[in-house]
Design a protein around this ligand. Sequence first.
Ligand code: NI
Length: 515
Amino acid sequence: MSARERMVRRLASSLGAIAVVGAAVACAPEYDTSWAPPAWPATGSIVDAAPPQPAGFAGVELVGQRIHNDDTGISARWGYLPGAAAVNSALDDVVRAAIEWQVGHSGVPYAPTPGAVGSELGDRGCRPSEVTAEASSLLPNENSTRTVVACEVVLASGAVFAERLRIVTGSGGGVLADTSTIVYGDLDSDTAGTAAALFAEPAASWTTLVEALRRDAGSLSVVPPAAPTPEQGAVIERAFASAVVSDGQIVVPLPEGFSVPELEHLPAWTPPTPEQPRWIAFAVNDVALSPLGEAVLAANGPFASPTSAGPGENHVACEIVPCVAMTLDDGPSTLTPGFLDVLGAHHAAATFYMLGIQAEMYPETVGRVSAEGHQIGNHTWDHPYLTELSDAQIRRQLEITEELLRALSGQPIDTMRPPGGKISSHVVRVADMPAIMWDIDTRDWADPDPAELVEMTVGDPVAGSIILMHDVQYVTAGAFDQIVAGLVDRGFALVTIDQMFGGTPPVGIVNHGRE
Ligand code: NI
């Protein structure tokens, strides 16, 4: 058959088809004028450009945190927002997950561990350069796998705050993973969660996301995308966890290698790669937002930064960071204000076991100790050995002291320290409150050499240690700045007794934070 004949035949067959259609139309009823093509569901839009980097929120005062653990192989920096309980515990969850992830790589269980003397771990909190740096530059040049957590504030407006934690895993040989999780918090309602918590219905948002990508890749299908499989759900939750709120939109980065069956056959579909990352922007009306999401998108104006109530009130997670409890006995005295100055300068907290007879002499100092966020405990009225007293005498020693300290400080006085360390289970039962002892006895009352006092007080504590010192001793007052600085340098968080035990010390005789 010639080319011309082929053309004639094709033409004839087309005409035939038209004739058939024409006949069908002729027999058909009236057009259904109400019919309209199915409407596209509302979706996000593809933005193949990263959302703008946050302008920087240097004015937001965070309480810097840092761990450096060579056994498990994790280093992390993050910062707590004072007074924002929900934000801070959401940040703990992310850090804990990073630790668990690294434990999975190294096989070494995690325990909070201080560094050696001179570890220089006093420099804490976010270093913005680490969030934008090449991932490989954050990893130490070693063969074993390590996880590094970096942080930055990405939003601080109105009552809304957000902090990004970048989690990089790899070795000197290369980067295994580089992900981000952003914790958003609404301070008004004290709610917080990762960016995934901005969406009311993650599954519906998944559909919206796939739909937008499919349309962007040229699909004309109006069949709704399949519901996510559990694996896809996990992938998308990770992607949602690092969503950025920018200019009234929620911008979600697509995870590297992201794909679904609806997209794979589309010629114009371009999966994201490290070289060509992709983002999808949801307009506010396109997705159902949670109350937290609504609050975040509505945030505007200057940040209502919460103020710290003092280091003793700060959030601390002693199962993540190594904690040490400094306790100072027998005061208050004329030396106590100097101890408070040192603690304040290092953002450190302590517990003061006061005598009633001293508190009566220096009532303003009791008030200052409490106002600066430190804990006050009961060291009896005038320092008798409780094991040598009658039950009635024990009760009276503790009760009149508790009454005065509570009146002067405004805080509950619910732990005691027995004078001279003289304690028995009987005394504890009569006292009816935890007897807080110590595992690091500095013997600072025995006129020690100041250099030796510093050396042992800085060098001996382990995570959970309770240190016994006295804010009536000149040698201690003189060495205290070096001691606190040295403990901070080892990576310790200096905490109150209550903080050490998450708010409630155990009943009985307590020698250490991690019984
Ligand atoms: Ni004492």
